[in-house]
Design a protein around this ligand. Structure first.
Ligand code: CMC
Length: 431
């Protein structure tokens, strides 16, 4: 990391200036360190949506949006998708290195032996209406973990932090499956620890007491791959939320629950649910042209869900992998989904349309993932929950990194005040 170059900023009206160091990371553009700007010049910076702002240093994930590159701890996503597993990726995100076989065995053992929910926690679900959205139940259930594990909540203690990471990665599938089963009135299943992570989750989702479940290995492989692709994505809205909440010293379960609620929005992880609903509304390839027209109309709030990204101005590398996987999975499962035809037509139409080309709007990770989830029998309302299971590994890796970084401070942005100037209180009868 080199901090040698300086950018000089001069406020000509006051003649005050600030010498701002340039900070370079391993990869990516250098950043101007504006930490002393307010002290030197009396000015803040203004960057709504944080389009030009790096909020932290981080060694976990790197994205080059112009080139369509995504690295976890330096490893290209394409290599991890082909050769790794979700649990190995979770270890990598948390620890910075791929595990040796003995390290992985210990990690897998630890995860496997923390998969159960506390019996009392199961009662929480009875308080929800039967049609509660699973993301609402998930956020509440994850926040409530802090009520069960309050003896290990010292955020300054590395062993407590590690235990929280293990518990969260281990219990997310159990809680997620419970949300699903509660919503359809099925009895909750206990995790089967003789199964691997993704198989165990599918078992908890779909096994019924009355007959044995035949798990299709194609389904488990596809879900594991989707989990790898969703595991982390540097300082996106939900990860930034986790870090902001974490910066206050809040416990890990509260911080991750906040990340879950941020993920839920349709501009972020909620897009996968929105994509499927939109494809169903479009209905047939014949209606694609009208949908594209509406998406371009500035007087219409309609957007093509699953298109565009704040950082990628090229193909989202995850979308490329998922697109290919989508065709394979549907073929291997023998599913013929007409929504895939609508999706392909929509992609083709948008990619050659000037509006999308000029704005560099490409399909993102959420565009094809819903079609795969649907083929696996996962209901639409559960799509963002799937994203949350995977992203928990990234969120908790960031939360730990934040606590391991010396000199971390509470996150506290400023504002440009646009309200009334100072004025005097007037009594009610004089207003
Ligand atoms: N359909 C139509 N127009 C779009 C779309 C879209 N999906 N996305 C962006 N635009 C237009 C936008 O109207 C604007 O046009 P103009 O320059 O004429 O005002 C331009 O493209 C730039 O868009 P922006 O809203 O300033 O871009 P942003 O970086 O603030 O937003 C985004 C990024 C992902 C929220 C946005 O592209 C979007 O709403 N996409 C649809 C939702 C979606 O798929 N979200 C998932 C993102 S990837 C997974 C994740 O993050 O969880």
């Amino acid at each position: 990391m080199s901090d040698s170059k300086i950018v000089k900023l001069v406020d000509e009206s006051s003649n005050r200036s600030s010498e701002l160091p340039l900070i370079s990371g391993t990869l990516g553009p250098a950043c101007i360190d504006i930490g002393t700007l307010y002290k030197d010049t009396g000015h803040f910076t203004y960057d709504p949506g944080y389009g030009s702002t790096a909020s932290t240093k981080s060694a976990i994930t790197y994205i080059d949006g112009d080139e369509g590159v995504l690295l976890y701890r330096g490893y290209p996503i394409e290599q991890l998708a082909e050769k790794s597993s979700f649990l190995e990726v979770a270890y990598l995100l948390l620890n910075g290195e791929l595990p040796k076989p003995a390290e992985f065995a210990t990690f897998e053992h630890d995860i496997t032996h923390h998969t159960m929910m506390h019996e009392a926690q199961k009662n929480f679900f009875q308080g929800f209406h039967h049609d509660a959205h699973p993301m609402a139940m998930l956020a509440a259930a994850v926040a409530s973990l802090s009520a069960f594990y309050h003896d290990d909540l010292d955020v300054e203690n590395p062993a407590d932090r590690k235990m929280a990471a293990i518990r969260l990665i281990a219990k997310m599938p159990t809680i997620a499956a419970a949300c699903f089963r509660y919503s359809i009135g099925w009895p909750m299943r206990y995790p089967r620890n003789n199964l691997e992570y993704v198989d165990r989750f599918l078992h908890m989702m779909f096994e019924v007491p009355s007959e044995p479940l035949q798990l299709n290995p194609v389904a488990a492989k596809a879900l594991d791959l989707l989990f790898i692709l969703h595991a982390d994505h540097e300082q996106n809205a939900s990860t930034s939320t986790v870090r902001l909440v974490g910066s206050t010293g809040a416990n890990p379960y509260a911080s991750i629950a906040a990340g879950i609620t941020a993920l839920w929005g349709p501009a972020h992880g909620g897009a996968n649910e929105a994509v499927l609903k939109q494809l169903k509304e479009i209905g047939t390839p014949d209606n694609v042209e009208t949908a594209v027209k509406r998406a371009k109309d500035k007087n219409d709030s309609f957007r093509l869900m699953g298109f565009g990204h704040r950082v990628y101005k090229n193909f989202d590398p995850r979308a490329k992998i998922i697109r290919e996987m989508c065709h394979k999975v549907l073929a291997e499962l023998g599913v013929n989904d007409p929504l895939l035809d609508v999706a392909m037509k929509l992609e083709e139409a948008a990619l050659k349309d000037d509006y999308f080309v000029e704005r560099k709007l490409y399909p993102n990770v959420d565009f094809y993932s819903g079609i795969i989830y649907k083929a696996l029998g996962i209901p639409t309302e559960m799509f963002t929950v799937m994203f949350a299971i995977a992203r928990t590994s990234g969120w908790i890796a960031h939360w730990i990194e934040q606590h391991e970084t010396p000199g971390s401070r509470i996150g506290r942005p400023r504002q440009i005040y646009t309200g009334a100037d100072v004025r005097n209180y007037t009594p009610g009868d004089k207003r």
